[in-house]
Design a protein. Sequence first.
Length: 141
Amino acid sequence: MEFPYSITLPVLFRDVDLMGHVNNVIYFTWFEAARTGYLVELFECESPRDLPVILAETACQFKAPAFWGDTVLVGCAVSRLGTKSFDLAYRVETTTGRLLAEGSSVQVCYDYQANATTLLPDWFRERVAARQATWRSSEGR
């Protein structure tokens, strides 16, 4: 998987619905796990509670079903940097390379004490550029 951040997760019994495949809401949980891990690294936080962002939007395009017993890789990358917000791109595939889903989310920089949005810091832009230089060129972005 050619993403600057990825995690490996097992499909658990609780993830499977009555139709026998992974329920659609689980993909958003997988996105959250990748998003939290990557942003904790990028913002150099000790805990997800310290992240200065709030989730504004998320979307998922389902490509193929996942099943109990599968192991999935969830990739995450910053795909757009704005003034106060940034987008993340996600890809979920099995360890054998079968594409399961692609998704996106919009995060807004946020000061929880002031209850207000903030500007995206320049140091964050620089950190993303350094971490994702290879990914951007390999993905043709």
